[in-house]
Design a protein around this ligand. Structure first.
Ligand code: GTP
Length: 411
């Protein structure tokens, strides 16, 4: 029996915290560990034997995914991939409901729903096993975070013996649990009855209080659906011990890059484009075959180098993403930073952010009591002069930086 998957990709008005990197390319197509964020989820889905179709649902223009769909069709021949466009943002459950006929076509017996901005080990087959074993109606991926940050997420209270979800609250006011919603779900077709009921309830509520017709149509998986599921039987949580984080801010691409590179390195040390360890390479390091790296430049760990990038002699690059056509001149230093397309870093220059751990979910750091961006981000075509130092800054596209800057957003 066939199963299907939906990936919620959002649209141009979402993902604003990913700016300035999403000015050129939607967040879900931004490359981490050498491939678009979306490809990591597709790659995990390709290991589910029964999966026959993946639907990307969002409200981007159709043209945005044209090339991606063509490339993915070649890379993942085991299932078809289509993009379905909402006429406007319908919320994380509104799009599912709107496209229910397309989703249910072919009678899939299981439906994965994945938030596109999640970076994790995607234990999808394990979730399927739990689904069958518990004869569940829904399984949610759960992950533990520090209690201090838990209330930024959807929080799950589960029965520790049965793994049944007994309570779900989205971004609660006070602490209820540090087991949070990992943004990956598995449903059977009865989910559409639950969404239908939530939709009727919402329509009723807005009939009594008609503020905004558009708002009445929006349905959120978290607030409108999961809360209902938790009140009924058959809703379970699969708690992952693998890595997990969200990709919300632009800076969070750096730890996501590190996590996916480490996973690749651990599963296949000889994977294509992974550089071999040496005196100048500290793995994992991903280098596109069209990039030019001087043998005396030292790279790694956790570095991705994009197409046609050039890294000159004596440069040092660590914990960083360098996109296509970037250039790092001789003896420059790049650390905890992202260089977008066409960025040039001068000789002996330093571009640096602050260390950010895989479990630092807010990707911010505190300097002299002020919260600043941990990672330095240089947007498209920024040029950094020779010997200039950039520290914890976000630089908007096309700027020439000729003097040292620290803790600033440069527009
Ligand atoms: P917060 O995390 O709550 O600040 O908002 P967010 O939009 O960054 O994330 P949210 O948890 O609401 O969304 C989870 C995933 O669903 C993300 O990949 C979004 O791009 C996507 N998403 C959000 N709203 C919509 C929507 O209206 N339609 C579709 N198709 N996807 C959406």
């Amino acid at each position: 029996m066939a199963s299907k998957a939906v990936i919620l990709v959002g649209g141009g008005t979402r993902g604003t915290r990913f700016r300035p990197l999403s000015l050129d390319v939607p967040k879900v197509l931004f490359p981490v560990a050498g491939r678009p964020i979306l490809s990591h989820a597709l790659s995990a889905l390709s290991k589910v034997p029964t999966l026959k179709e993946v639907l990307l649902i969002g409200f981007f223009d159709d043209s945005v995914f044209k090339d991606f769909l063509a490339d993915s069709a070649k890379e993942f021949p085991n299932f078809t991939i289509k993009y379905l466009r909402e006429y406007r943002a319908l919320g994380t459950a509104g799009g599912l409901y709107h496209f229910r006929d397309a989703i249910l076509r072919g009678n899939p017996y299981r439906l994965f729903v994945i938030h596109a901005d999640v970076c994790c080990s995607f234990p999808l087959n394990e979730m399927l096993e739990m689904f069958e074993e518990k004869e569940a109606k829904a399984v949610i991926l759960g992950t533990r975070v520090d209690p201090e940050v838990a209330s930024n997420f959807g929080c799950i209270v589960m029965d520790p013996h049965t793994k049944k979800v007994v309570h779900y609250v989205e971004k609660p006011q006070s602490h209820i649990s540090n087991l949070i919603n990992g943004g990956v779900y598995l449903f059977d077709r009865s989910i559409f009855d639950v969404i239908g009921a939530a939709r009727s309830a919402r329509a009723e509520q807005f009939r009594a209080d008609p503020i905004d017709d558009e708002e009445a149509e929006i349905l959120r998986l978290e607030q409108d659906i999961l809360v209902r599921l938790a009140q009924a039987d058959g809703f379970y949580v699969y708690e992952t011990r693998g890595f997990w984080r969200q990709i919300k801010t632009a800076g969070s691409a750096v730890p996501a890059n590190a996590l996916y590179l480490q996973k690749l390195f651990q599963t296949d040390i000889y994977a294509p484009n992974l550089a071999r360890a040496s005196a100048f390479i500290v793995p994992p390091v991903y280098i596109d075959p069209t990039a030019t790296v001087d043998p005396t430049a030292k790279l790694g760990p956790n570095v991705s180098v994009g197409p046609r990038a050039k890294i000159a002699a004596g440069a040092r690059v660590k914990e960083a993403i360098l996109l296509e056509d970037t250039e790092v001149k001789h003896d420059a230093f790049v650390l905890y930073s992202i260089l977008a397309r066409g960025v040039k870093v001068g000789a002996w220059a330093r571009v640096e952010g602050s260390p950010i751990t895989a479990v630092d979910h807010l990707a911010m750091t505190s300097k002299n009591g002020v919260r600043v961006q941990s990672v330095s981000i240089l947007a498209t075509d920024v040029a950094v002069g020779d010997e200039v130092r950039i520290q914890n800054c976000v630089v908007l596209p096309h700027k020439d930086i000729k003097v040292d800057v620290e803790n600033e957003i440069i527009m």
